[in-house]
Design a binder for this molecule. Structure first.
Ligand code: PLP
Length: 538
């Protein structure tokens, strides 16, 4: 299987090249040349496989054995999921006859990003080991992973890459602006190759620094920067697996002929895109429900066919605000860029980077249905022009036929903060189930779309985080329940002593890319000298 860019660049990459590159050089995202279909007997031969074996079967449809031999791929998958606390990896919980929850938070950082980043870490390690066989010292191929985080991605990346040979990891977070648990999760990892950088500034400042470093050709080629953000193809691929595992877990409990629908809380459109690949491969899914918070660019797209960066309520009304602080009084803080701070902060985005991949498939089908309207343009050329318009004007309007294609597979719903908190409360009252605010966005969206569904549809809502990670929202939503005790009922043992563990963090006093370059150059030099432990602070 080869990989191509969504923006039409002619190069075809191997899986390894696509995974190590992250973003394509024309600014596009990598997609497989074609979507493989399932083996004819998958419904029977895959039905009782473990998550790991299922993962191997699905991954091997996208990765040729000449690239990663079968035994190696099996081992990569086995090791990737050895860190999970649940034997099923992603257990399916029944709320009632019509509603199930797919729990994706049983990995090391208690968020669904572990499913993808544990695998990505193993793949990076495998590719580097293979390239470095028999090589020593400066001959060795090294990569420096640099990423910005507002909380979840950073810790999942750190746990995926800790102690991996030939990989240095620098994760930037806005100092004092991630939750105390998230900060502790990241900074208590003391492995020599892991470097947390606390930047005095906002999350956007951190992202701008990362962009500047990736854009600096000289720095990038010296340090061989690697990206772990959600546009990496391996992350999408890893996430297709739990659609299959939950399908098998569900059909064993349901009447024959029952239809399944997946409801996915969404930010960058990675998780739900994985469901789209599963559906296109042949997994029988009724509809994929895109559930957004008030950062609702996707819900607005499905309503209008307009993909528009500026929020429909106009620009910021009250200046800059702390992330993850909004919603307490029903009014939402909006930062200078227009992102609203919600109680589901991992979905606080302005644009959804993975949406471009869906646009490619829509453009592809549209072009083959309407060759005269597209005047010979390829899907890549169409996506390229849509993305240019989005960049220049902040919006693009797709033809109505494209919107209809999008509506064939998806519906989208927006959920407000008050609705999210009310749903945490009602889910607890009704089912004694404590949902995190991201999961609650999904549960609410499932309720809203229920009347449109045929009566034989059962919905599976993806649960993307453990409720203990978002304690403030959960405690607020459940404050009227005197029998509920957060520490006793929700807080995992691992979190109890996390706050008092030793930490290592590098403070950077200004959001300045030059300062970061200095930190990375100095720190990685000392890291590769075995006689020097990485410096504690600069
Ligand atoms: C990242 C994240 C999401 C959004 O996932 P996407 O793949 O970006 O749509 C939802 N919930 C939680 C808890 C997350 O960390």
């Amino acid at each position: 299987m080869k990989y191509i860019s969504t923006r039409g660049a002619p190069q075809e990459l191997s899986f390894e090249e696509a995974v190590l590159a992250g973003l394509a050089s024309d600014g596009g995202l990598y997609i497989p040349c074609s979507i493989p279909s399932l083996p004819a007997d998958w419904q029977t031969t895959w039905a009782d496989l473990s998550f790991q074996e299922l993962s191997y079967q699905i991954l091997s449809l996208y990765i040729a054995p000449e690239e990663i031999p079968a035994e190696d791929l099996r081992e990569i998958v086995r090791e990737a999921y050895s860190t999970f606390r649940a034997p099923e990896i992603s257990p399916l919980r029944k709320l009632d006859d019509k509603n199930y929850i797919l729990e994706l938070f049983h990995g090391p950082t208690y968020a669904f990003k572990d499913v993808a980043l544990q695998l990505l870490g193993k793949l990076f390690e495998y590719f580097l080991q293979r390239r470095n066989k028999g090589k020593t010292g400066s001959e060795r191929h090294r990569i420096t992973v640099v990423g910005a985080t507002s909380g979840d991605t950073g810790s999942a990346a750190i746990y995926g890459l800790r102690s991996k040979a030939d990989i240095s990891v620098f994760i930037l977070h806005p100092k004092g602006r991630v939750s105390p648990i998230q900060e502790a999760q990241m900074t208590t990892v003391l492995d020599a190759n892991v470097h947390n950088v606390a930047v005095s500034g906002t999350f956007d400042d951190c992202q701008d620094i990362v962009k500047a470093l990736f854009g600096d050709k000289a720095f990038n080629s010296t340090h061989n920067l690697g990206a772990i953000n959600s546009i990496n193809w391996a992350r999408i691929l890893a996430q297709t697996v739990y659609y299959f595992s939950s399908y098998f877990a569900a059909v064993k409990q349901l009447a024959p002929g029952t239809k399944l629908q997946y409801v996915v809380p969404t930010g960058n459109f990675g998780d739900v895109l994985a469901g789209y690949y599963a559906k296109r491969m042949g997994l029988p899914i009724e509809k994929l429900v895109v559930a957004t918070n008030s950062n609702d660019i996707l819900a607005r797209f499905w309503a209008s066919g307009k993909y528009e960066k500026i929020s429909s309520e106009g620009p910021a009304s009250n200046g800059a605000a702390e992330p993850a602080s909004g919603g307490s009084d029903g009014k939402q803080a909006t930062d200078a860029s227009g992102v609203k701070a919600t109680v589901s902060p991992a979905m606080d985005i302005l644009i959804s980077s993975n949406f471009e991949r869906l646009l490619w498939y829509l453009a592809h089908e549209y072009a083959s249905n309407h060759p005269q309207q597209v005047e010979g343009q390829t899907a890549g050329q169409i996506v390229n022009s849509w993305m240019k318009q989005t960049k220049q004007n902040g919006r693009v309007q797709v033809p109505v036929e494209v919107l209809e294609l999008a509506r064939r597979d998806f519906v989208a719903e927006r959920v407000s903060d008050p609705q999210t908190l009310a749903t945490i409360e009602s889910t607890y009252s009704k089912y004694s189930y404590v949902a995190d605010p991201h999961t609650a966005v999904g549960i609410k969206a499932a309720q809203v779309v229920t009347p449109q569904n045929p009566s034989d549809v059962v919905q599976i809502t993806l649960s993307t985080a453990h409720p203990a990670k978002f304690s403030e929202a959960v405690e607020r939503a459940l404050q009227s329940h005197s029998a509920f005790n957060f520490n006793r009922d929700v807080l995992p043992e691992d979190f109890r002593d996390l706050l008092s563990k030793p930490r290592r963090v590098i403070d950077v006093e200004r959001p300045d890319p030059e300062l970061l370059k200095e930190v990375i150059t100095k720190t990685s030099a000392s890291e590769t000298r075995p006689d020097h432990a990485a410096s504690a602070s600069v």
